[in-house]
Design a protein around this ligand. Structure first.
Ligand SMILES: NC(=O)C1=CN([C@@H]2O[C@H](COP(=O)(O)OP(=O)(O)OC[C@H]3O[C@@H](n4cnc5c(N)ncnc54)[C@H](O)[C@@H]3O)[C@@H](O)[C@H]2O)C=CC1
Ligand SMILES: N[C@@H](CC=O)C(=O)O
Length: 440
């Protein structure tokens, strides 16, 4: 039997505590599978005394994660603290620089420093594994980094944030408020330490930026992502979408266009009969469209202690099974120096369908005016519906919902701006992009 693989875990929260429990409870099974035991020899977290449901008294306690990464006698540093800056950044750099492998679930860190960290890993012959950083338990990193090598990928998109999908599903199916659903997602351990990262779309953007790099071989560029979260989505939007045969999902989409790579995160209408529309709750889904394989759709648990720990464990087991000096896969699918510069496509050039919900004053001629502005901007309509018919006496605002055929975003923005300038809108218009899966 080979020597034990010695690991240090920084962060014993939702994911770290789940991982530690699994490693302790399945020690024998993992030893058989990996051909060597996996031992937790060092740990750190903010609070030493907290009960985590697992006995870690045999592991050396460190108050400082960077000291653990620098000094502990470990083969693998498992970073489960979160955050794009220190101490996660300093600790991961320290570990990689001394040839210690790193396993992390920290997409914020990778989105901000992934290329630099991949370079340090290459220089020191250490591995940087991060399967849990995107879509929880779904093995999408391995799929893109290894299994699809040789394919030319045209689009990667999906539901990559369990918290948002949980909120949207609960709002639609149980009629609960946004705030109540978010609280429940936090209680279940799905949300980020600061849940604004979930609901404002940043977490999806971090994950998308990593997938874009793996799919298109470009440097990570999270700051170039067009971003809208779900805080503006109302139950009225969700119901209107359902009436028209769509469901609203927060999608991250990366695709190649004539002007560059388009990366966007926003609430999106997907056809009700598509597979992705049926992906509910904390479940995530990632679709990859490529030329040799065609469409690959991966669906599975996207957040939570066990789902995430499962992916972290897979990364640790890969290291346990590998032999010193064996060929390693570059962290970002190709050597960091071979990544191409990222060229951003303009969102105003995005081409697709749009859902537009307008609340308008109940006046004669408004409907015709809206239709005219659409036509003047060359926008062809799939449907235009007037809701909440007012009575002859009522002057309550009316709702008008338009669904466009595929058109240029620039035209939609111009049409909506000229409609706004007419002065008959009540409140802000709601504009939601429509995404059509290729096959599923
Ligand atoms: N919770 C989830 O479903 C998922 C989480 N992730 C990622 O996994 C990582 C961990 O997430 P959670 O376990 O949910 O977070 P958490 O907030 O439950 O736990 C964080 C742990 O790190 C420790 N920590 C934080 N700052 C520290 C510091 N300066 N020094 C020492 N310890 C420190 C905390 O004490 C705590 O034990 C994050 O990067 C998160 O984005 C990834 C996929 C899913
Ligand atoms: N907060 C994230 C956790 C997993 O990445 C989510 O809700 O998906």
């Amino acid at each position: 039997m080979a020597d034990a693989l010695k690991i240090g875990i920084a962060g014993l929260g939702t994911v770290g505590a789940s991982l530690a429990k699994i490693l302790v409870e399945r020690r024998d099974m993992l030893e058989t599978t990996c051909g060597r035991p996996i031992e937790i020899v060092a740990v750190t977290a903010r609070s030493k005394g907290r009960d985590r449901g697992v006995d870690l008294s045999a592991a050396e306690w460190f108050d400082d994660p960077v000291a653990l990464a620098r000094e502990a006698k470990i083969d693998v540093f498992v970073e489960l603290m979160g955050g794009a800056g220190d101490p996660a950044l300093a600790a991961v750099k320290a570990a990689l620089s001394r040839g210690v492998h790193v396993v992390t679930a920290n997409k914020a860190l990778l989105a901000a420093h992934g290329v630099e960290l991949a370079g340090i890993a290459e220089k020191h012959g250490s591995l940087l594994n991060y399967e849990a950083a995107v879509a929880g338990g779904i093995p999408v990193i391995k799929a893109l980094r290894e299994s699809l090598t040789g394919n030319t990928i045209s689009r990667v998109y999906g539901i990559m944030n369990g918290t948002c999908n949980y909120i949207l599903t609960k709002m639609e199916k149980e009629g609960l408020s946004f705030e109540a659903c978010l609280k429940e997602a936090q209680r279940l351990g799905y949300a980020e330490a600061d849940p604004a990262f979930d609901i404002e779309g940043n977490d999806t953007a971090h994950k998308l930026s990593i997938l874009t790099t793996l799919a298109f071989g470009t440097r990570i560029s999270a700051d170039d992502i067009y971003l809208e979260g779900i805080t503006n989505i109302s139950i009225d939007d969700i119901r209107a979408a359902a009436d028209l045969g769509y469901r609203i999902k927060l999608l991250g989409v990366a695709q190649k266009t004539d002007t560059g790579v388009e990366q966007r995160v926003h609430p999106t209408m997907v056809p009700l009969d598509s597979v992705i529309a049926q992906v509910d709750g904390v479940t995530n889904a990632v679709a990859i469209e490529s030329d040799i394989l065609g469409e690959l759709l991966m669906v599975g648990p996207g957040a939570g202690g066990n789902a995430t720990a499962s992916a972290v464990l897979g990364d640790i087991a890969d290291i346990a099974k590998s032999r010193p000096g064996a060929q390693t896969v570059p962290a970002l699918g190709r050597p960091a120096a071979a990544l191409a510069p990222y060229k951003r496509a303009q969102i105003r050039k995005h081409h697709g369908g749009y859902f537009i919900r307008l609340s308008v004053e109940d006046r004669t001629g408004v409907f015709a005016s809206i239709a005219r502005h659409m036509a003047e901007n060359g926008i062809s309509l799939e449907s235009i519906v007037q809701r909440a018919q007012s009575t002859a006496e009522s002057t309550d605002p009316k709702t008008i919902i338009l669904v466009t055929h595929a058109t240029m975003e620039d035209s939609v923005r111009k049409a909506v701006a000229s409609i706004k300038s007419e002065g008959y809108l009540v409140g802000e218009p709601q504009v939601i992009r429509i995404e059509r899966p290729k096959t599923a």
